[in-house]
Write a protein that binds this ligand. Structure first.
Ligand SMILES: [Zn+2]
Length: 568
């Protein structure tokens, strides 16, 4: 298993130090433009304040903004706050037509539950399952009505085909042509963390199934998967789904070959696997052991999905601080944080406002403070910096995907992305997990910045959470742009605070629920520390003459080498 190696990074740092030590040898010694040991950098780092992070978070997560769902007044108020703050910091507009805005037209698609149905046929007869109890359906972005009638079902393990990485569920499968494929959520633990994340993506699995002639998909979760929280899935599914629309009005997602997308609760899985040649316990055991598996189920599936469509106007916000180097100023280091969250929805414990304080008022607050730092630097950076506050992340990274495919600055000038999304602000920042660093030369600047700030580096402690595909940096990765997504590690510096336990408890009890609000015990100084680290990392990228590149032969570098556009 390829793991992110701390020792490799240390070697990189030593090399970097040697290289920077060599510059200027000869005549008059030149100042290293990327030196961190200057009074200017020191005063800029000192100026980051936890209290400003707190103020931004408190404003964005206030009940008055009603959870910032795309298309709502609360979202619009959040964008206005971000825009006003950027202006006050001296950041310039870099959206459309001289404004801060980039219009993002969306389609909202919601399942009409009363007109949708799912039944499982077996020798014992036909069993009609109950929506929201046994199963949920994915809304169809393309069609109002789709049906699957009495189709055979092929179980295909995780639904992952990665022969180059030594794993292929489909290798053992009969043809799935004309069948519904059923697969487990996630991807085998034997894959390296970020590759595992890639293959766990629903879109990747659906594309694989459609390519092989499947007509629908069923996903379900192993009983011990920590991501499984049925009540939260039911609540968020009632908010529907979004797609962004291209200039011809076509949604960016949806596959005409697939006529139904089902997710099952455990009771639904029992019904579907009735009489299966392998008992479910064996299925889960083989999945946990990363053993590819595939077999035909004896049940047949009928699904009808009715979807209501609605147009929704939303927007990204883009600010810029121009660089000073004539050769580099058309290149941009891009920072991203999503502003949206789930709005008002199903009440839990009497609260129906999904405030999204950590997810992601915290990231937006940090990017605002990074923007302030770049805008107030006495000596502006060589490359330009871009600050993108995006919409509809919660529905599939939509705002960032729209921006990365249709940037408001020259596309080949996007040199790196740093995304902030619930960085984990529940204890002091002593170590970080820099998702993405192992794939590109961004390991250099992030390692150098962390070293300068006395912050350690850690391997991904929770690969089962497949974080590498779960936030906005991944939209840039898909366009071939080296990216970083930096999260707090588990070190707390306090034996009474167990970082792993705090992380697990947040994901189980708070994440994507109305209680993700400002009543949590946030450590705002950790927010300031994340801001310093992300500023410093991006500043190094902006100062160094060579732009970041993917490592030779890197999985993601190769995969997304030729940007694929579904929109143009
Ligand atoms: Zn979220």
């Amino acid at each position: 298993m390829l793991v992110y190696s701390g020792s490799r990074m240390v070697r990189g740092l030593v090399l970097l130090a040697l290289v920077s030590g060599c510059t200027g040898s000869g005549a008059a010694p030149e100042r290293d433009p990327a030196s961190l040991d200057t009074p200017e950098i020191k005063s800029t780092l000192d100026a980051f304040a936890g209290d400003r992070i707190r103020q931004h978070m408190a404003t964005l997560a206030d009940d008055a903004l009603e959870g910032r769902a795309p298309g709502t007044d609360g979202f619009e108020r959040a964008l206005r706050y971000v825009e006003t703050t950027l202006r006050s910091y001296g950041v310039e507009p870099a959206g459309e037509g001289g404004s801060f805005r980039q219009r993002v037209p969306l389609r909202s698609s919601k399942v009409v539950e009363g007109s949708s149905a799912l039944s499982v046929a077996s020798k014992a007869g036909n069993k009609t399952l109950t929506y929201g109890v046994d199963y949920l359906l994915g809304a169809d972005h393309l069609r109002e009505n789709v049906t699957i009638e009495n189709a055979p079902v092929a179980f295909v393990g995780y639904g992952v085909s990665a022969p180059a990485l030594g794993y292929d569920d489909y290798a053992a499968a009969a043809s799935v042509e004309g069948k519904v494929v059923a697969y487990l959520s996630g991807a085998p633990a034997s894959l390296p963390s970020n590759e595992r994340a890639y293959f766990s993506s629903g879109a990747v699995k659906e594309a694989e199934a459609a390519k092989r002639g499947a007509i629908g998909t069923v996903s379900f979760t192993s009983p011990d998967d920590p991501r499984f929280r049925w009540n939260v899935s039911v609540a968020t599914s009632k908010q529907g789904s979004f797609a962004w629309l291209d200039e011809r009005g076509n949604p960016n997602r949806g596959n005409t070959a697939l006529r139904g997308s089902v997710s099952l609760n455990h009771s639904g899985v029992e019904a579907l696997f009735a009489g299966a040649p392998k008992p479910l316990a064996g299925v889960f055991a083989d999945a946990a052991a990363s053993k590819p598996q595939a077999f035909e189920l004896v049940t047949r599936l009928s699904v009808s999905t009715r979807t209501a469509h609605r147009g929704v106007e939303s927007a990204n916000l883009v600010g810029r601080v121009a660089g000073t180097d004539r050769d580099l100023q058309d290149e941009h280091v891009v920072y991203t944080a999503h502003v949206d969250h789930f709005g008002r929805g199903v009440a839990m414990e009497g609260d129906d406002i999904y405030n999204g304080a950590h997810d992601n008022a915290s990231g937006a607050a940090i990017v605002l403070e990074v923007a302030r730092a770049f805008a107030t630097l006495p000596t502006r950076s060589r490359r330009s910096t871009l600050f993108t506050f995006v919409t509809a992340e919660e529905w599939g990274l939509l705002g960032s995907d729209f921006f990365a495919r249709n940037p408001t600055v020259p596309r080949d000038g996007l040199v790196a992305n740093l995304a902030l999304d619930m960085p984990f602000l529940f204890h002091p920042l002593l170590d970080i997990v820099p998702y993405g660093a192992q794939h590109s030369t961004l390991s250099g600047p992030v390692g150098q910045a962390a070293g300068h700030l006395g912050i350690g580096l850690a391997d991904d402690p929770i690969p089962e959470q497949v974080l590498f595909i779960r936030s906005d940096h991944y939209s840039f990765v898909r366009q071939g742009i080296p990216s970083l997504f930096i999260k707090s590690g588990f070190k707390t510096g306090n034996p009474a605070l167990d970082g792993a336990a705090i992380n697990a408890a947040y994901r189980r009890d708070v994440y994507h629920k109305p209680n993700d609000d400002m009543s949590q015990p946030f450590d705002f100084e950790a927010g300031a520390a994340h801001a310093r680290l992300n500023f410093l990392t991006g500043w190094l990228v902006a100062q160094q003459t060579a732009r970041p590149v993917w490592n030779d032969g890197d999985f993601f570098g190769e995969l997304f080498k030729v940007p694929v556009s579904t929109s143009r």
